[in-house]
Design a protein around this ligand. Structure first.
Ligand code: AMP
Length: 395
């Protein structure tokens, strides 16, 4: 069901509480090393400011233990936000629901921004405590959720607060849902899904759900070896998800029943050790020698996968094709990133490692959508209901 978006609200002169994801990386001197998450929230913030709203932002940063910790203060983020919004008065509250936040929220003028301190300085946030959510809500008249990276968590600022205020999606969440749900509900075909990463066990739900929807499923990365094992092949010292060998076999059978073309790597780059400088060579996937481990897809597989990706009308990719952190074993992941970039169809990159790989290759602008939430996008692809989305009002 479609959810209300920020455009459905009359926000002029209203206090609007916006849950954003300002969980940015900081160095030891508390300098922000990457502000893309702040930039990602700007469209919603600017829209609200232009419409004359009083904008109250809240976010978490890191994992403080439910109490104030200067290491996790959002103060550096407030400074950066002020630089990004040079025309706007950006005010910082020293607490979340305390006297400072409440006084500053009450005094806020149209077109001003108030950033509250880290919501996770209260353990009630992750407990989804109702009173805490009520207190947060009491500072505003409307709630907008724009923190896609945390919508799979039922926390007070992502879910609880929506019980007390009219609640809508911001532009970032709207975009994520349009792409991810659009691909799942009405994909343009052929629809090619690409799965990689370490463990099949972590992604069984996603693979099962995608097998219901896609035409072709390409599997690479560490998870491929569990499928090889399920086919009775020797995998040497490659990564094996022992508990899920039977399940991998079931997924192979299920793909056949569903008529989905499931492709595993035909060749593999094997190494003597899990090391960036390890001796390595390429072998057919059915000839992995003992004492070697598969760390990337081979060249034939890169070509095979590219040939499947290029004519696709919809592509969803989650998880690297190999140990892309080591340059010698990053070629498979880079090749898939390049194929997605060259594909004229809709290309959707799940958050996390595949998103980082695409960015490292400088191909971000060539994708239709790069998700801002690794965990959240996986849960959506798995077909799960995300609490922070379910809590928003329906259209
Ligand atoms: P995931 O979090 O499941 O998406 O897994 C990502 C991790 O899988 C990355 O850190 C990769 O280095 C790792 N990975 C990918 N392919 C392999 C492989 N063949 N062997 C070991 N680890 C791998």
């Amino acid at each position: 069901m479609a959810k209300l978006t920020v455009k459905d609200f009359d926000v002029t002169s209203k206090r609007v509480l916006v849950r954003v994801d300002f969980n940015v990386p900081l160095d030891d001197e508390l300098n922000i090393t990457d502000d893309k998450r702040i930039a990602a929230a700007l469209p919603t913030i600017k829209y609200l400011l232009n419409a004359g709203a009083k904008v109250i932002l809240c976010s978490h940063l890191g994992r403080p233990k439910g109490a104030f910790d200067p290491k996790y203060s959002l103060a550096p983020v407030a400074r950066r936000l002020a630089e990004l919004l040079p025309e706007t008065n950006v005010i910082f509250a020293e607490d979340v629901i305390g006297a400072d936040a409440k006084a500053k929220a009450a005094a806020l003028k149209d077109g001003e921004v108030l950033l509250l301190e880290n919501v996770r300085f209260h353990k009630e946030e992750t407990d989804n405590d109702e009173n805490f959510a009520r207190e947060l809500a009491s500072m505003a008249e409307l709630y907008v959720s724009d923190a896609f990276g945390t919508v799979h968590r039922a926390h007070a600022s992502t879910e609880g607060v929506a019980k007390f205020l009219p609640a809508a999606a911001g532009f970032l969440i709207e975009k994520e849902l349009n792409f991810l749900m659009g691909a799942l509900e009405e994909p343009a075909r052929p629809f090619v899904a690409i799965m990689g990463g370490a463990k099949v066990g972590d992604k069984i739900g996603v693979i099962k759900n995608l097998l219901e929807k896609c035409d072709t499923l390409l599997i690479g990365g560490g998870m491929a070896y569990t499928f090889f094992k399920a086919q009775g092949l020797n995998i040497g010292d490659s990564l094996l998800d022992k508990d899920n060998i039977d399940l991998a076999a079931e997924l192979l059978t299920y793909a056949k029943e569903k008529g989905v073309k499931l492709l595993l790597p035909v060749d593999t780059v094997v190494a003597r050790a899990f090391d960036k400088d390890a001796e390595h060579m390429t072998v057919p996937s059915n000839a992995i020698p003992d004492g070697w481990q598969g760390l990337d897809i081979g060249e034939k597989t890169r070509e095979l996968f590219r040939a499947e990706i290029l004519p696709a009308a919809t592509v969803i990719w989650n998880g690297p094709m190999g140990v892309f952190e080591f340059p010698a074993f990053a070629k498979g992941t880079e090749a898939v990133a390049r194929a997605c970039a060259d594909c004229p169809g809709v290309t959707i990159i799940g958050g996390g490692d595949s998103a980082s790989a695409v960015k490292e290759c400088g191909l971000d602008d060539d994708m239709s959508h790069i998700s801002t939430g690794g965990g959240a996008s996986l849960e959506l692809l798995e077909g799960k209901v995300l609490p922070g989305i379910a809590a928003l009002n329906d259209k």
